[in-house]
Design a protein around this ligand. Structure first.
Ligand SMILES: [Zn+2]
Length: 178
């Protein structure tokens, strides 16, 4: 009698351990799959905000250009003729998008760069206004920045034509570099 009691107790213990192992295994697989999906999407650091949140955070001009893909008037932008040393960041989320070393005088009326900071911007086909252009958006918040054209200087031959309103400027800290 005593022996049977013991074995039943042992058996339920075994079942409990089995159940625990199986659930741990399932949870691990689910977590791993989720991680794989995350890597496939390559968007682990995307900033998602609702339209009303953006309206609250951004100025009217920033909202129009970043979220409604507007364009500032040529030769009116704050950074068109701006050539200080530093980094240009997205006005929506602070993502570093252009270094001052890549900025040049294109004469097109908007700030122009021949290169973007790697992974900082994304390209999209834009066929609006009867033109075939490549739209540039911030890779972090998807804010509209401008367009990229193939008539830029070497070494890239690219011209990133960007709205000043879409950017903020951080002057390089000389003391920090020493
Ligand atoms: Zn951004």
């Amino acid at each position: 009698m005593e022996k049977t009691k013991y074995s039943i107790k042992n058996h339920s213990k075994y079942l409990l351990i089995k159940f625990w192992l199986i659930s741990t295994f399932i949870i691990t697989v689910l977590i791993a799959q989720d991680k794989v999906l995350y890597l496939v999407n390559e968007e682990p650091t995307k900033m998602k905000r609702s339209d009303s949140e953006w309206k609250r955070i951004l100025s009217a001009a920033e909202y129009h250009i970043l979220r409604e893909k507007g364009t500032e008037r040529a030769f009116t932008g704050e950074y068109d003729g701006h050539f200080e040393e530093g980094t240009y960041v997205c006005a929506g989320c602070g993502n570093k998008i252009f270094e001052s070393e890549t900025k040049y005088r294109s004469g097109c009326g908007w700030p122009a760069f021949y290169n973007a900071i790697p992974e900082s911007v994304q390209e999209h086909e834009d066929n609006s206004f009867g033109m075939r252009r490549i739209e540039i958006t911030c890779s972090k918040c998807d804010g509209h920045l401008g367009h990229v054209f193939n008539d830029g200087p070497q070494p890239t031959g690219l011209r990133y034509c960007i709205n000043s309103v879409s950017m903020d400027f951080n002057p390089s800290d000389k003391e920090e570099q020493k």
